[in-house]
Design a protein around this ligand. Structure first.
Ligand code: CP
Length: 303
């Protein structure tokens, strides 16, 4: 049987998105299931992470599996000059599945080509973060009751923010989404994603600010300006404080509005938003455990 990697969100069909939603709900109701008994999962993080790594490792533990790997390349032989190719060849001898985060775009696809076991992309540079997208979709489904007709505002770093790229492509498979992009000039949504929407006949709008227009939003998806992707710190300083969501901006918004953020945040959501019932980012991170239990069991044909 062909191995089932998850490298880009487009590796899954719409039916598979819906299957992951169904399984996520099942795991939320019953998170502890011994489906990975006897299995070893490699967790290879070449780049820092809190939520993705810990929620994957929680998901594996709740499924009864064992974890090998590293969260710091300094503790691996990569620090001695070992290539990604050789690292993946080795680890696929040891584990039944590889979860990998790496700073280079395309690295996850490359790893999947080398590996004899399935690879799940836990983020490759500014490219894709498909497991974040599936937990975002689960969060949207839970809060809106549907994935159709969603009016979503994506705010912040739309150039380097890999989560918005994956989410845009996934929501485009559902009925009549409307995308609103709010980003500094330097960090606008890349042309390739706008062309993708144009070719599918999906509406999108670009706005210079969002204070006056968020009353239409079902979802506001805030993102952090990705400091680590800037080569010039002066360029980062110019854009880091442009869009900040504050509680008083939410007073005339729709009752169903929910604020999502893949986290970590820096200052783009003021702390005064946290107590608002429309703030959903911490629950969103919690949903990551159930979505990742779903993704792992789907990838390994265990459900
Ligand atoms: N959302 C997300 O990817 O967070 P981490 O970088 O902490 O994994």
């Amino acid at each position: 049987m062909k191995k089932k990697d998850l490298i880009s969100i487009t590796d899954y069909t719409k039916d598979e998105y819906l299957r992951i939603m169904e399984l996520s709900r099942e795991f939320e109701q019953n998170p502890n299931q011994d489906l990975l008994k006897g299995k070893v999962i490699a967790s290879l993080f070449f780049e820092p992470s809190t939520r993705t790594r810990l929620s994957f490792e929680t998901a594996i533990s709740r499924l009864g599996g064992r974890i090998v790997g590293f969260s710091d390349v300094g503790s691996s032989s990569v620090s001695k000059g070992e290539t990604l190719h050789d690292t993946i060849r080795m680890v696929s001898n040891y584990a039944d599945l590889i979860v990998m985060r790496h700073p280079l775009e395309g690295s996850a696809r490359y790893a999947a080509e080398i590996s004899s076991v399935p690879v799940i992309n836990a983020g490759d540079g500014a490219n894709q973060h498909p497991t974040q997208t599936l937990l975002d979709m689960y969060s949207i489904l839970k809060t809106q009751g549907t994935l159709d007709n969603i009016n979503i505002f994506m705010v912040g770093d739309l150039k380097y923010g890999r989560t918005v790229h994956s989410l845009l492509m996934a929501l485009s498979q559902f009925e009549k989404p409307v995308f609103n992009f709010i980003a500094p000039y330097e960090l606008q949504m890349p042309e390739e994603y706008k062309i993708y929407l144009q070719e599918k006949g999906i509406r999108y709008f670009e706005h210079p600010e969002f204070n006056e227009i968020i009353s239409e939003a079902d979802i506001i998806y805030m993102t952090r300006v990705q400091k680590e992707r800037f080569s010039d710190p002066i360029e980062y300083e110019k854009v880091r404080n442009v869009y900040i969501l504050r509680n008083q901006m939410l007073k005339d918004t729709k009752p169903n509005l929910r604020i999502l953020h893949p986290l970590p945040r820096v200052n783009e959501i003021h702390n005064d938003v946290d107590a608002n019932d429309k703030a959903y980012y911490f629950e969103q991170a919690r949903n990551g455990v159930f979505a990742r239990e779903a993704i792992i069991t789907h990838t390994m044909n265990l459900k």
